[in-house]
Design a protein around this ligand. Sequence first.
Ligand code: ADP
Ligand code: MG
Length: 326
Amino acid sequence: MTTREPGASGEFALIRRFFTRGTPRHPRTVLGVGDDCALLQPAPNSQLAVTADTLVAGVHFFSDVAPHDLGHKSLAVNLSDLAAMGASPAWVTLCLTLPAVDLEWLEGFAAGFAELAQGHGVELVGGDTTRGPLSVTVQAIGELRAGSGLRRSGARDGDLVFVTGQIGSAGLGLKVLRGERHSIDDEPVCRLLRPEPRVAAGRCLGRHATACIDVSDGLAADLGHILDASGVGATLEWERLPLSTAVRDYLAQTDDWRLPLVAGDDYELCFTAPAQAQAAIESALSDARCPCSVIGRIEQEPGLRLTRDGHTEAFAPLGYDHFGLA
Ligand code: ADP
Ligand code: MG
């Protein structure tokens, strides 16, 4: 392993070595890495969906996380936002702040990033590389048919509430990494470190869903954003929440039944749709090899409620909030 201070020439050499190859070429890139800006040509009749997320060492990940996992996750969380909009990922930029140049670390990071980018046909077209406390900012740009974006504001009284995959796993994974719990298998830690964004599912939902969000801060908090934006409420049924074997095992040993509702980082999609669309949604998602479950119903009465053991009570939609005072 070679470690040295970055100089001006070092910075350009690094960018060339790690960030000019590895991700696939996108057909509508006019100009990629190397100039003052990238030039991108959106497809006719499309709109661009643009999002960015920052991961900070010690806040979003442990400083000693495997660089391959960090490269994967820093892209995955952004592709998840594009998925929640129903967009097809096309381009990304990467702003890396590094405490020092560690070539082995950069190799791992670039490989984790590029492997996920390959899987989704996303091209890295620019960014910035600076020295400072470790943090990663990725901006992702997707395309969607003009007017087809899946907003948070469309949920209507009577719609069903759906969630893809399983929830609570990443939250349990965090407890395992902190040494607070054991898990019967490595599913929770894998889900935390290497989330798979639901891109194919998001694309199918464009035709059917009335509202959609990705579950990054916790199901209750994220569904809460749909409820606020749509001016409605919902009742969820605890028994319908889709849980992995490891999470079920954890819940059987603790009274922490709130975990699947409040733990973040699962990167599943939570969406709403009228009951008449359920069969079409299940068939489309099954073609996309994405499991989904109906977990509740939208109601006129604002607020989030939960039915558990036959009782229905208000459930405060608190998730992770960086500036929260609680
Ligand atoms: P400028 O000073 O004009 O902003 P830079 O020296 O920061 O340019 O970057 C040179 C080129 O390399 C630009 O095209 C920029 O987008 C790209 N670049 C810099 N860092 C990264 C990175 N981490 N990943 C991808 N591209 C990068
Ligand atoms: Mg720059």
